[in-house]
Design a protein around this ligand. Structure first.
Ligand code: TNX
Length: 531
């Protein structure tokens, strides 16, 4: 090639006949709304800088740098000299990057995104000189960073220094989610997981644009968060778990705040759950006054459900509820409090109604919006609360009625996206009460047309719960979550119009090298064409 051609190539102009002229599309999960390959290749180099022009991008830029510094060994300094001044592609293209002091290539995070990106979308343009990320919110920048990580070679996720080159093929992406709520839940009550284990899962969630993390913090087997006004809850109720292991199996409020902050630094909002009025044995084992007969219950380390209930007609119960909600609300910046409400088989219907009539206003009083397992929605006509559907049928009259009134439903159908269901009968981990759930089963449903009477507009989003009766380690968590968690992320984000198992399965397979680099234990389903 002539010198002129080389210069044109270096400036990113389209050079006919080069391999870059027809790049193959990147294999992203979740799939973006719009993606157009373009000519040229971006390279991350020792002198690449991360430049931001908006405070919205501060934490996302830090997450990006924190991810890439160990693997590339590059400094990747974050420069914020241009705060408040949105830049566009033409401007960056015209600028002599060296003359402006940028030096080498740059990842630029700025505002001024196309309104089509909405409240949490973004635009991402990859050219030889720069990666330009435009978003109008912090959420948008976090989502763009998740995409950028997947555009880089898998080894970019390594915790130790790797050899380059660190290239990204040219692309133009305009992206926004199908649903606002893309969630995952971890049950830390049946088995306790340390803050480090929980952070590890949070970090994995962030790579798929999951934006809500629901922590199931109390159940029959354990109370897992320090409540200063009721110290025995953790002293006694946090002393054991399924299988009978003992220890200080709970988070202090300080540790919880640190978990919440960690999630926040990944763009994830924590939703704390305290399950009531059933699933309360650990609390009833801690305090005699929470029982109608005034007798403490024995600690429970089995896996039955439905045997416990708070004492509904006792004032102490509502003092307890208020103290818990007040203390938890004070250390939870997110707007939601999950009240549980499932499987209250030992609470008569009238008592269940009485309980919710008292408890729901308490949640409101402390400034939070109630989320609850769908059973609770029959007790209220408040359209602001969020019913979380966890059934196995496609009809539910109470949930449909709520959706008709205007409630937005969070979809977690157990036979589709309960991550604790076995993939098939020979899997050691997991349960099977909702059936076996292979990867394709988890993918093959439409959240916006699944429940009778609940249309696309009535759906708030999807959440993948992970119950831990049979799970004890991070490897166990990951084996159940991978690859079904990315499936749920795809359902929650990607446009419905691109839904196709045949096109999705190879894209899912293309993620496996990243999981290997990250040390993620995954189920190698024979349904997926792993390479
Ligand atoms: C049902 S789902 C439960 C949990 C169990 C789970 C096991 C729901 C709201 N309640 O208590 O852990 O099944 O899959």
């Amino acid at each position: 090639p002539t010198l002129a051609a080389l210069l044109i190539a270096a400036s990113g102009a389209l050079v006919p006949g080069t391999a870059d002229a027809t790049p193959s599309p990147p294999q992203l999960i979740p799939h973006p709304a719009q993606l157009t390959p373009r000519a040229g290749t971006f390279t991350l180099t020792p002198s690449t800088k991360i430049i931001l022009t908006t405070r919205n991008a501060t934490a996302p830029a830090e997450l990006l740098a924190e991810t890439l510094r160990p693997s590339t060994g590059f400094r990747l300094p974050i420069a914020d000299w241009f705060i408040g001044r949105d830049v566009n592609e033409a401007e960056l293209d015209a600028s002599d990057i060296n003359a402006t002091g940028l030096g080498g290539t740059a990842v630029v995070l700025t505002g001024g995104a196309d309104p089509k990106t909405g409240p949490e979308g973004y635009q991402l343009d990859v050219t030889p000189k720069f990666v330009l990320i435009r978003a109008n919110s912090a959420a948008g920048h976090f989502n763009a960073v998740a995409t950028l990580r997947q555009l880089l070679p898998a080894k970019a996720e390594a915790k130790t220094r790797q050899r380059g080159p660190w290239q990204i093929k040219g692309a133009s992406i305009l992206d926004h989610p199908r649903y606002h709520h893309r969630g995952a839940m971890l049950d830390v009550s049946r088995h306790f997981f340390t803050p480090a284990q929980v952070k590890r899962y949070i970090d994995q969630l962030a790579t798929f644009k999951i934006n809500y993390f629901h922590l199931h913090l109390s159940d029959d087997q354990g109370w897992r968060l320090e409540i200063k006004s009721w110290p025995e809850l953790t002293k006694i109720g946090g002393s054991t778990e399924v299988g009978g292991r003992t220890g200080q199996l709970f988070y202090t409020q300080q540790q919880y705040k640190d978990l919440v902050a960690h999630a926040q630094s990944r763009g994830i909002t924590v939703i704390p759950e305290f399950d009531m009025p059933g699933h309360t044995n650990a609390a009833q084992a801690s305090y005699a006054e929470l029982n109608c007969d005034g007798q403490k219950r024995p600690l429970y380390t089995g896996i039955e459900v439905g045997f416990s209930s708070l004492c509904i007609n006792s004032e102490v119960t509502y003092k307890f509820v208020e103290d818990v909600v007040r203390e938890v609300a004070a250390i939870t910046p997110g707007p939601y409090f999950h009240i549980g409400g499932d499987e209250a088989h030992s609470t008569p219907d009238a008592d269940y109604q009485t309980f919710m009539d008292r408890a729901l206003p308490i949640v409101k009083k402390y400034g939070k919006t109630t989320v609850g397992w769908h059973e609770f929605i029959k007790t209220t006509t408040d359209t602001a609360v969020v019913p979380q559907f966890w059934g196995t049928k496609t009809t539910n009259a109470d949930v449909a009625a709520a959706a008709q009134r205007g409630n937005k439903v969070l979809m977690s159908p157990a036979n589709k996206i309960y991550l604790d269901m076995k993939y098939h009968k020979d899997i050691k981990l997991g349960l099977s009460w909702a059936g076996y759930v292979e990867v394709k089963d988890a993918y093959s449903w439409n959240p916006g047309a699944y429940l009778d009477g609940v249309s696309e507009a009535g759906v708030r989003g999807v959440e993948a719960p992970l119950w831990t009766e049979t799970l004890q380690t991070s490897a166990d968590i990951e084996y159940m979550a991978f690859p079904r968690l990315p499936v749920v992320a795809e359902l929650g984000w990607a446009p419905a119009s691109i839904h196709s198992w045949d096109r999705f399965a190879p894209r899912l397979a293309a993620q496996a090298p990243r999981w290997k680099v990250m040390g993620i234990n995954y189920y190698p389903s024979t349904q997926v064409p792993w390479q």
